[in-house]
Design a protein around this ligand. Structure first.
Ligand code: NBP
Length: 473
């Protein structure tokens, strides 16, 4: 090939390889490089065989020389120090106006630092969240670019070509915001994904343990739920997982050890919620639930020492299945409301101009939390760009009103049956606390003032005036 390549990709693990093939299918030429150089040849001989517009490089200098100017270099490597290391290695071969894109799951504060560092060197940096796993990368991911705004015009054409499209044909990729905004919104996506998965697991647990349903029945239940407001990728794959059989004919799920792993983006979401003082209770419960699950030996020991409910009450199966569906829907609304509350606080803190309706649209297809429900979130923010909270939107407040009795019955059932349902319970507690005009925090303030002279405000005086009482006399 005589012409230089449209873009270069460094990192040929699952995400990098699939993105390169997707980029090439969309008509763009790509140069590729990988730290372990032998993987470049292997990729060209296998997955990228017979594609004349994918060119392998065996050094970074050769790689950079293969690219059209301004160069676009997409890093698809392990997040963390590897990104800094590769930025340093690339710099000698880049020129003013070239662009580095970090498509990995980097921490948003690192992205902000890298954006500023590279700006000083005349290089445009974009921290771009890419969601959808290997399938998304190959067929069309949700792409969340942030960083130096001057990078966006260089990337727009390629990114909006390779990304997923909504049913209405809109690209699930648009500029999110400056410095770390793209990676922040990707982090929130992953946090919400933790919450959605935990809610589905709690529903599964209740169907199995409280109602005694078998795998085919539970799969059928998720299959039916996927035709309701819960229509989503995660419900769809849950149905498929519950039907999947091993070679011996047994349900495969039975053979999977019940200890959950995590890579950190859920924890980052919770950490950010603590830093910004936003109650993101459901995602945090989902993070803790993974932590509890990982203590397998302790749980086995505890099961023989710690007493549970005497018996599981008898429930009417048909009505309880519908109650669980409604509890899942209501809890999911709380989780998304909390996620958007956190993004709103982050936008203020970091001076990002986040468009929440657009963010819902970017998550509509291509990513793990893709769902029909995101259309309603998009509509809510499009209808009222200053919407203070998703829960104040008519559509969502009506669903919550419709679901709440079922939701309460499910939480009661989980508690009286001795089945852990931390996400259902915390979502309902948040709902009740959030809609409470006069809470018990007056007592809390009095306690703080009593032992620590922390002062309090009074209901009969203007806000901002603080008082202290000598409680002990
Ligand atoms: P991995 O996250 O498993 O990383 C493997 C790639 O990183 C290989 O190309 C490897 O090179 C390279 N690498 C490593 Br490891 N350390 C390096 C270093 N110090 N310097 C340069 N390269 C290094 O790959 P992935 O699963 O394809 O994910 C790529 C990025 O996309 C990650 O940030 C990930 O968090 C993110 N992401 C992944 C998914 C997913 O579903 N997997 C989804 C969304 C986002 P080598 O071949 O020489 O070891």
């Amino acid at each position: 090939m005589n012409n230089k390549c449209d873009i270069g990709v460094i990192g040929l693990a699952v995400m990098g390889q699939n993105l390169v093939l997707n980029i090439n299918d969309c008509g763009f030429s790509a140069a590729v490089y990988n730290r372990t150089v032998s993987k470049v040849n292997k990729f060209l001989e296998d997955a990228a065989a017979n594609r004349s517009t994918i060119i392998g490089a065996h050094s970074l200098e050769e790689f950079c020389n293969l690219l059209k100017r301004p160069r676009k270099v997409l890093l698809m490597i392990k997040a963390g120090s590897a990104v800094d290391e590769y930025i340093e290695k690339l710099l000698p071969f880049l020129e003013d106006g070239d662009c580095i894109i970090d498509g990995g799951n980097s921490f948003f504060k690192d992205t902000a630092r890298r954006t500023n560092y590279l700006k000083e060197k005349g290089i445009l940096f974009s921290g771009t969240g890419i969601s959808g796993g290997e399938e998304g990368a190959r067929r069309g991911p949700s792409i969340l670019p942030g960083g130096n705004p001057q990078a966006w015009p260089l990337l727009k054409d390629i990114f909006q070509s390779i990304c997923a499209k909504t049913p209405a044909g809109e690209p699930c990729c648009d500029w999110v915001g400056s410095d770390g905004a793209g990676h922040y919104v990707k982090m929130i996506h992953n946090g919400i994904e933790y919450g959605d998965m935990q809610l589905i697991c709690e529903a599964y647990s209740l169907l199995k343990e409280a109602l005694g349903m078998g795998y085919p029945q539970i799969a059928e239940t998720f299959h039916n739920w996927n035709k309701t407001e819960l229509d989503s990728f995660l419900i769809e794959i849950t149905d498929k997982i519950l039907r999947f059989k091993d070679d011996d004919g047994q349900i495969f799920l039975e053979k999977i050890l019940d200890t959950a792993g995590q890579k950190g983006t859920g924890i980052w979401t919770s950490q950010s919620s603590f830093e910004l003082g936003v109650p993101v209770t459901l995602i945090t419960e989902a993070v803790y639930a993974r932590g509890v699950s990982s203590r397998l030996d302790e749980r086995i020991k505890a099961s023989s020492i710690l007493k549970g409910a005497d018996a599981i009450p008898a429930y009417d199966k048909i009505s309880m299945v519908e109650d669980i569906r409604k509890a899942l829907l209501a809890s999911k609304i709380i989780s998304y409301a909390q996620g958007f509350m956190l993004m709103e606080a982050a936008a203020k803190e970091y001076s990002w101009n986040l468009d929440f309706g657009n963010i819902a649209l970017l998550w509509r297809e291509g990513c793990i939390i893709r769902s029909v429900f995101l259309d309603n979130i998009k509509d809510a923010f499009r209808k009222d760009a200053d919407l203070q909270n998703l829960l104040f939107d008519d559509y969502f407040s009506r669903i919550l009103a419709d679901c709440q009795e079922s939701w309460r019955r499910v939480v009661c059932a989980a508690v009286s049956s001795g089945i852990a349902a931390p996400a259902f319970c915390s979502a309902l507690s948040f709902y009740d606390a959030y809609r409470c005009p006069r809470s018990s925090a007056n007592l809390l303030q009095a306690q703080r003032d009593y032992f620590g002279a922390h002062t309090y405000e009074r209901i009969d005086r203007p806000r901002g005036e603080f008082f202290h009482t000598d409680w002990a006399g």
